[in-house]
Write a protein that binds this ligand. Structure first.
Ligand code: ATP
Length: 372
């Protein structure tokens, strides 16, 4: 934990120096063409994004794609090589202009425990409010403790809290100075899987109640989609696609985006007229005339079903028991393999002969065949 980070989390209340909360129409964050290189590594490459007020945006993508670097540039922990960053409509970073992190009115929450072990819960939350009077600090600490539902824990020390409670205190501390934006870098990564979903839901509830604008970095696809009003999929330093989770999940612009948000397979398809595409896993709808194009359709495990059929041409090669569902691997006549998510009521073993069917429930996304 660097002292620079602490300084950022524990900043003075921004309202005392400059108004932290912008007018409703002014975005909380605007990044215009930001780039950052480390030697020959391009970490962030000409990225432009906007975060609206009260909006939650998640940045998701493989390790090393530049998510944390982008977040750190917004926080002021790193200086971009190019581009401009505005917070609440004010430029904080551009060629020739640099506002230090402690003057940016941002709150940070990291995965690691950044609470001071020698301070109580109240002491931790109030630490960054030193420019307020004693009574104002006490009032604000009580408010955020109420918000995170921990008023009874005010006098405890970090080692007397559960992992989830520590995370809520970290959130309270970041929210206490009423920041323009909250930047959360893998905030749930250190929690065990059982606790993780619960703490995540609670965090979202707290942030919504506080009316916060928040940018989350995560490499967890489910988390990105469940938390974000919009999801930005990053790859090799660039934003590959940004939009509501449903759109990015069902209508990815590329194979990369499709695979970044979950298991995806790509089946060669030919247009057979009458609003239909032919694939070796059966037909599917296609309202556009795409004849003459070399294309593939995206298929996710929940888009595929099968029925037992000795003449079906496909064979079950593996079964994974997931409790309520079974995940089947099926080999198609060409040798290509797909996975199908089936209810627990469908039970067949490896070697079963089946006929695969596509059941997207919506128009499938058609992508050009990638060129080698
Ligand atoms: P992860 O999900 O693994 O945390 P990320 O998407 O957050 O990854 P970044 O931490 O932003 O990725 O790193 C982007 C690229 O920049 C990587 O190739 C990384 O090795 C490199 N990088 C990041 N920080 C530095 C640094 N301080 N010095 C040199 N290279 C760096």
């Amino acid at each position: 934990m660097s002292s620079r980070r602490e300084g950022l989390i524990l900043q003075e209340p921004p309202g005392e120096r400059s108004p932290a909360q912008p007018a409703p129409e002014v975005p909380a964050v605007e990044v215009r063409g930001a780039s950052k290189k480390f030697g020959s590594t391009v970490a962030v490459d000409d990225v432009s994004i906007t975060l609206g007020r009260g909006e939650f945006l998640t940045l998701v993508g493989p390790s090393g794609c530049g998510k944390s670097t982008l977040l750190r540039m917004i926080a002021g922990l790193m200086e971009p090589d190019a581009g401009e960053i505005l917070l609440a409509g004010k430029s904080v970073s551009s060629p020739g202009r640099w506002v230090p992190p402690e003057d940016r009115a941002v709150g940070l929450v990291f995965q690691e425990n950044t609470l001071f072990p020698h301070l109580s819960v109240s002491g931790n939350i109030g630490f960054g409010l030193s420019r307020r009077s004693k009574s104002q600090t006490a009032k604000r600490v009580a408010e955020v403790l109420e918000l995170v539902e921990l008023p009874a824990h005010a006098g405890r020390y970090p080692h007397e809290l559960s992992g989830g409670e520590r995370q809520r205190v970290a959130l309270a501390r970041a929210l206490a100075p009423e920041p323009t934006v909250l930047l959360l870098d893998e905030p749930f990564a250190n929690l065990d899987p059982n606790l993780r979903a619960q703490v995540r839901a609670h965090t979202v509830e707290i942030l919504r109640k506080a009316g916060a604008s928040a940018l989350f970095v995560t490499h967890d696809q489910q988390e990105a989609m469940s938390v974000g009003d919009r999801v930005a999929v990053m790859g090799r330093g660039r934003v590959e696609q940004i939009g509501p989770p449903k759109t990015v999940f069902h209508l990815p612009h590329s194979h990369f985006v499709a695979s970044s948000l979950g298991e995806a397979y790509f089946l060669p398809a030919t247009y057979s007229g009458n609003g239909s595409l032919h694939t070796e896993a059966g037909p599917c709808d296609c309202p556009h005339d795409v004849s003459g194009t070399e294309m593939e359709i995206m298929v996710r495990p929940h888009d595929v079903t099968f029925v037992e059929d000795d003449a079906g041409g496909s064979v079950v090669t593996a079964v994974e028991f997931l409790g309520a569902f079974l995940l089947y691997e099926v080999q198609l006549p060409s040798g290509r393999r797909l996975r199908c998510l089936m209810p627990h009521t469908v039970e067949v073993g490896p070697g079963a002969k089946v006929r695969v069917q596509l059941d997207h429930g919506h128009v499938p996304v058609v992508l050009p065949v990638p060129q080698p």
